[in-house]
Design a protein around this ligand. Sequence first.
Ligand SMILES: *[C@@H]1O[C@H](CO)[C@@H](O)[C@H](O)[C@H]1NC(C)=O
Ligand SMILES: *[C@@H]1O[C@H](CO)[C@@H](O)[C@H](O)[C@H]1NC(C)=O
Ligand SMILES: *[C@@H]1O[C@H](CO)[C@@H](O)[C@H](O)[C@H]1NC(C)=O
Ligand SMILES: *[C@@H]1O[C@H](CO)[C@@H](O)[C@H](O)[C@H]1NC(C)=O
Ligand SMILES: *[C@@H]1O[C@H](CO)[C@@H](O)[C@H](O)[C@H]1NC(C)=O
Ligand SMILES: *[C@@H]1O[C@H](CO)[C@@H](O)[C@H](O)[C@H]1NC(C)=O
Length: 494
Amino acid sequence: MAFLWCCRSLLCSVTLFSVFVCLVAVAEGKHFKGFHVVHDEHTEHGGAFEEQWFTQKLDHFNGADSREWKQRYFVNESFYRAGGPVFVMIGGEGPANPAWMQSGTWLTYAEKVGALCLMLEHRFYGKSHPTVDLSTDNLRFLSSRQALADLAHFRTNMADTRGLTNSRWVAFGGSYPGSLAAWFRLKYPHLVHASVATSAPVHATVNFPEYLEVVWRSLASEDTQCPLLVKKASDTLVERLKDPKTYENITKDFNLCSKLQIQTEADSAYFLETLAGSFMDVVQYNEDNRGFEGVKGTNITIQVLCAVMADTSLGEPYARYAAVSRLMMDTFSMKCLDASFTSYLRDMTNTSWEGPAAGGGRQWVYQTCTEFGFYQSTDSPNQPFTGFPLVYHVKQCADFFNVSSEELAEAVAQTNEYYGGYSIRSSRIVFPNGSIDPWHALGITLDISTDLPAVFIKGTAHCANMYPARSEDLPQLVMARDHVFLVLQQWLKQ
Ligand SMILES: *[C@@H]1O[C@H](CO)[C@@H](O)[C@H](O)[C@H]1NC(C)=O
Ligand SMILES: *[C@@H]1O[C@H](CO)[C@@H](O)[C@H](O)[C@H]1NC(C)=O
Ligand SMILES: *[C@@H]1O[C@H](CO)[C@@H](O)[C@H](O)[C@H]1NC(C)=O
Ligand SMILES: *[C@@H]1O[C@H](CO)[C@@H](O)[C@H](O)[C@H]1NC(C)=O
Ligand SMILES: *[C@@H]1O[C@H](CO)[C@@H](O)[C@H](O)[C@H]1NC(C)=O
Ligand SMILES: *[C@@H]1O[C@H](CO)[C@@H](O)[C@H](O)[C@H]1NC(C)=O
């Protein structure tokens, strides 16, 4: 679940400020892969997470295609009591992080109910490589439908081999895997008894300007002036970008690795998106507790960013915005910021498993282009940023994968037709939802029925209820964890 990549992700857990860290990795000539070592099962968390491998079909929807590959999974049997349920943590758009096999809310539930715990890595991420490379032709085997069929086959096979056919199986996931948890129950109700779908964006949409609207509101809840100051700074920057004579100063102000060059719309959009990214990441992961995953800790919060934006001693809002960017770079010991679309394009079109975007960036953008959209555009007036409109995002689908805007729109509509979007109808799925998490805008935030309840957690960010408890957790977060457990306990009796 934890890893690193270069797009504005919806992970439960990426290394914070992924864009910055990835870009500095390029600047220093390292592979992004180098950073995965941080999360590697044998380095942190006391080691000894045994990887296991499961033989999986390449194409579940073509009986004439018998090609197979090996999918990675993890097991923790220490809580299992005979007759107990089986919990499956669903992997998402990055390497499955075995830290989840040692801590996390789901394990506290598992301990109480005597559950066997499994985690299956998502196809095409981490070490689960169904094909020899990430060519666009091979990526056609990457989809949520294939991933659910992987889960179904894994579930059936594990149940047979371990004698767990009559056990109650419960799926867990946060963020995109949260959606998969809900859809697993929806599409395979005979295989999974209940699901906990945390921070799950179940509604696909090409354009997702609401994300930045939530960023505005989350900044405003700290200080009403804060988003206004960000907007002012961002507007000033956009104005200056119109005049190439300013580029030298901008390069200095934002400590860019090479002199700013703006030849196309994408060049400026990528630069502006990179800067906005620090605010987006801080809001999405505000004060959460991902340290256990080996994610580098940071004390940068919404409060810290807004304090910098309010600091008149730094000069005009534009200068404070630059100060935020430099604060991020200092925090992550980065020498300079590479905000070049050209290098991003080069990295994203590298189809090698050793390539710079193979940590998940290329694969996830493929899934957004062929299933979900979710583009965090600046197309709403009620948000602080300017300059990375929907067209910029949509064009990447054509640039990277030869997917046209019509094909994208069609694919997103089909995703909602297939899963139901907000109108998902099923039973025994609980949807925890954090109020400051920008992704809640695409989630289930009101009970659909008593059998499809939402759990609202005021003041928490993306996936907060999944992380291990801490003494400083908000009381409503503590209550939400308990509430989800009560719901689960009831369902396990059904
Ligand atoms: C299973 O989880 C428990 C509790 O966190 C932990 O102590 C144990 O080491 C884990 N076992 C494995 C094999 O990871
Ligand atoms: C660049 O910054 C310097 C010092 O702040 C300022 O005097 C100069 O006018 C700026 N140049 C441009 C083109 O804005
Ligand atoms: C964050 O922590 C570091 C080291 O503990 C400290 O030097 C820095 O001032 C802190 N930053 C903020 C914004 O609190
Ligand atoms: C893809 O990335 C790998 C690893 O960084 C590199 O060796 C290879 O040359 C790249 N391929 C292309 C076509 O740039
Ligand atoms: C791109 O897609 C179009 C329409 O599907 C197709 O005709 C064309 O051959 C594709 N181009 C490449 C380079 O794959
Ligand atoms: C989920 O979060 C949204 C946004 O904060 C909130 O309006 C909604 O009431 C929450 N859902 C529930 C069931 O409380």
